[in-house]
Design a protein around this ligand. Sequence first.
Ligand SMILES: *[C@@H]1O[C@H](CO)[C@@H](O)[C@H](O)[C@H]1NC(C)=O
Length: 345
Amino acid sequence: MAKLVFLCLALAPLFIHPGSAAPLLARPRDVPTPTPAIPPTSLTLSAQQQDYSAFDLGTNLLTPSSTITPLSTLPPQCSDATTASECPNAQYAAAEVTYDDCGSSWTICRCDTANMTLDAAAARLGQVPVGLRRYVATVVVAPAPAKHAYTLVTGDIHIFGEPEVDAWVHEAGHAYDWASGTPLSGSQGWTDALAADTCVPDVYSQTSAGEDFAQMTVMMVYSLLHGGALPPGWSGDCMARQMAYMAAQPTFNKDDLFGNTCAIADSQYSRHAVPPPVVPTRIQPDFPAQLQPEAPLKSSLGLPGLAAAETSEEDGTKHDNSASALYVGHAKIVMIAGLVAGWLW
Ligand SMILES: *[C@@H]1O[C@H](CO)[C@@H](O)[C@H](O)[C@H]1NC(C)=O
């Protein structure tokens, strides 16, 4: 029986009060039996930058219009023990959110005491480009002292606090990574890319091949929105193979990614492929490349660093935190959730 545990490691104690840092249990549902995941070992590649605080995809990505329809009963994904425990002393309400770019809806379950309103959650999920959003299954929105999120191999995303669009894109990257049941981040191509490159984008990317894949998803979306340019402070050279792997995936075909319809015929693993009644005509704008700073932004080398987080706490910038997911089970690793992001103010 697929059983798994999500553990908050490393920096989690900095962001999550002790009561919520306990291991969480969850069961994957409706997912092809995953092949054993690559173990979530840290990467030894250097981090190009400390974190992703230098940019915000939320200012670039359009928001599709949506309609929200309350559901009278909670779907099973929102009533299992783990999910219930994430909404202490309160209750979930479920709703179907239909965007104008897709004929099938997304279910969002929101805890009454969640920091994010349902409207805000629907808008932020909507900003995830449709070519990635189509891999997202159910979204659970829950309260927490610090923002963070994780994704199950089922494609279900659990959001805590009020993470920015970058974090939603990161989680959608996990859902995409795992959509077939065999993660792309465990593929020979990704492994070879990591072996050939000399850096990853930021400290959080060093957590594992899977977290790097999700962070690189955010990089790719940025790059596609900026005429192929990377954000200020990043250079493509040392992570060229990772970028090339990403760019070769049909999901990162720009016309489809921002194409106003989830009916994209490139993948049998999409969870939302029903065309919208009318394909919207809005055009996702391109943005000019940002000027590269003369001196590198604060850079960081080495393995995921606690010291870095402490610095960040003082200077008040946001940054990804480092939580990670491990499996528990017999022979099989059934999940790498990815979690992510806690930011401090
Ligand atoms: C969420 O709301 C609670 C209660 O108001 C608050 O203590 C907590 O700091 C908030 N979390 C975030 C990430 O804003």
